[in-house]
Design a protein around this ligand. Structure first.
Ligand code: C5P
Length: 300
């Protein structure tokens, strides 16, 4: 009766984010390399007569997180239950450490966590490929959040292929106040590229070979984000943050995803802790890559 499952799921950053011209379905073709970083939300589910959700913000503002059936956690539970023809409901709780609307896939990773949590709670043992395709129905970033590690994302970001990497990387993740709307940033990207036209996106060979070699300095020079000009248009202060980080010795610095979070690649943990002191509002020092959504507690 008191069964419950808790799943830990990571934030993601994009080492590169190539964006092509908008498709007829309104999404943009992407060529991206995702990396899962050591900053986690925990999602707990218990059986219940009807669906409900509560959210606790651990150092982050959660006022904009929906607490009804629009929340990706409850949508994930419904999707998995329907997929298996089950009439099951959950009482869900999110322990949130990932900034909301930050370009870190916080909402997506909660959806990924819920799929994995409900699969364990209901003993449905959904095959990996099936789980990834359900994840893709929830959102473009959700399959990567299930998978974790470092992976190429293509299609609208939902087609994920693991990438060979060596060693680990230290990042400063600098959240910015306010959040940015992903659709708004893609809309602005369309406006900014209306005249010149967006190229079909590709992933640079240098970036993949830096990852294969485990060479952070080389990797730093290959970071890129086609959404960055759009993010700067709404938030000119982000460019100043990147300058501060580069002056403080970051190997590379970019806006992640649709922003406004910026990320700084460092040589070591010590370097990241030092660099972090350059900012008025310090960021979060994390190691990467880390695992995808995974069960950390299962009470039967
Ligand atoms: O897939 P997801 O629901 O996370 O996407 C949120 C919004 O971001 C989409 O509705 C769309 O406006 C934009 N988007 C896009 N191209 C992508 C991914 C997302 O235009 N590849």
């Amino acid at each position: 009766m008191n069964s419950q499952v808790t799943v830990s799921a990571p934030a993601k950053i994009n080492l590169c984010l190539g964006v092509g011209p908008v498709r007829p379905d309104g999404f943009h073709p992407l060529a991206t390399v995702y990396q899962a970083v050591g900053l986690f939300d925990d999602v707990r589910v218990r059986p219940a007569a009807e669906d409900s959700i509560t959210v606790y913000g651990d150092g982050v503002d959660v006022t904009d997180v929906p607490t009804d059936e629009r929340n990706l956690v409850l949508r994930a539970a419904r999707l998995l239950a329907d997929h298996h023809g089950l009439d099951e409901h959950v009482e869900a709780h999110i322990h949130k450490r990932i900034p909301v609307a930050g370009g870190l896939a916080g909402g997506s990773t909660d959806g990924a966590a819920a799929l994995v949590a409900c699969d364990a709670l209901w003993g449905t043992r959904t095959p990996r490929e099936e789980l990834l395709s359900l994840a893709a129905e929830l959102g473009s970033d959700v399959p990567f959040c299930v998978m974790g590690g470092t992976a190429i994302g293509s299609g609208r970001g939902e087609v994920v292929t693991p990438v060979m990497t060596r060693g680990s990387y230290w990042w400063v993740i600098l959240p910015a106040e306010g959040g940015l709307s992903t659709p708004a940033i893609y809309g602005l990207f369309d406006e900014l590229t209306a005249e010149s036209g967006a190229d079909e996106p590709e992933i640079s060979e240098q970036l993949l070979s830096a990852l294969r070699a485990g060479d952070a300095e080389l990797l730093g020079g290959t970071l890129s984000n086609d959404l960055q000009p759009a993010a700067f248009t709404l938030r000119p202060d982000l460019a100043e943050f990147l300058e501060i980080g580069l002056d403080a010795g970051a190997f590379g610095a970019i806006v992640t995803g649709s922003g406004p979070t910026t990320v700084y690649l460092c040589e070591s943990r010590g370097h990241a802790l030092d660099l972090n002191r350059a900012f008025d509002q310090p960021g979060i020092v994390v190691e990467a890559p880390v695992h995808g959504a995974r069960v950390i507690e299962h009470k039967r």
